[in-house]
Design a protein around this ligand. Sequence first.
Ligand SMILES: NC(=O)NCCC[C@H](N)C(=O)O
Length: 420
Amino acid sequence: MAVTVNVASEIAPLKRVIIHRPDEGIARISPKRAEELLFDDIVYLPQMQEEHDVFSEILKHFVGEENVLETEDLLFEALEAASEADKKEMIEKIIDYEELPRSYEDMLLKLDNKALTETLITGYLQQENMILFDPIPNFIFTRDIAVTVNDHVIITKAAKEARFRENFLTRYIFWAHPIFNALSKEGRIINLNNVELFPPSRRREMVSIEGGDVMIINEDYLLIGCSERTTAHAIQSLKEVLFKKGVVKHVVQINIPTDRSYMHIDTIFTQINTNHIVAFKPIVLDGLGSYVEVFSSNGATRHYPSIKEFFHAEINPDMEFILSGEGISPYQDREQWTDGCNLVALKPGVAITYDRNPYTEKAFRSAGYQIIHATSMLQAFQDGSLKPEEVKNTIIALPSNELSRARGGSHCMTCPVERG
Ligand SMILES: NC(=O)NCCC[C@H](N)C(=O)O
């Protein structure tokens, strides 16, 4: 029943991944609440779902339908497998957290698991036509909820309240779902929500790390952004645990400006090939408001004035940087904003982007990549003129009118659990 859980790179062939299709909760966000719920606009759900369906079809062609896991299915299956006592405990926690009266507990417990799953995700209890809690529209960004680092899984802890229920549901999935439940028994889950293990600092700095700030570059090097969403205290606490367990040899703290435009490090760079990183020049190359600290398990520390210098010195002297917006303002700023730097690699040299960043597309072409629209690629797969294994040096462009308003790209919309 258990599946392999192992990721030791950002680019090795993707084998299994968790995604979440935009759900009905998104259609209930009012303009007044959009900002608080971390969306920059209200979105048109049917169109957003259509765009996301193209995304998941592409993933399915490359990794196999059965290896693209949907959070809603995982939660449902976890509930099906759970004992009544475990289910009750999870519901109690959510009711406490959402500050609902105890009487709601019975109402939720009486639901069948399908209805319960939908309610826990969307916040809406259809049977009673009742909005029980806020939606969790950012659940589509599965990158942020958990990160596989070698053979361990880090359950992250969100900085923003709008994303807290995602944490509850993710913990439950990794703890109770039959394909993952061996992980906790084997001590391979690191849960940042465990306050005994990860308390606030003596100066009351909180623990928060979102997955968009965590990147495993190779089995020894783990990058963690210190950003709007991830605190230095959390990085230092996690580093101690990772070193103690021998999960990685080096933890690299990437300090970036605390700004919504750069909420996680994956908004300013992602690796797409052995020698290629897509990057936002002002921070990644010029080091604007940024510096890098490397902590090694043997106690050594090193510093670099920019992310580029770190990569050249410690990872790969031949690493080249493809610049969003060709490194020219205002295009680089516009296209970083619409996730021009946020790509997920399906294998080395093949990655997914949004179809709205023309200057970055020019930069990809200059670096030797072809751009193909996702719908044309699906058509070619369907008519047999192309096979996923034949695709090389290609950037796949996704329809993105609605998806991009939620302010995350294809990297944010994937939680890889196996690569290799
Ligand atoms: N890894 C990422 O950069 N995730 C994007 C998260 C966007 C979401 N609207 C948020 O503000 O949390």
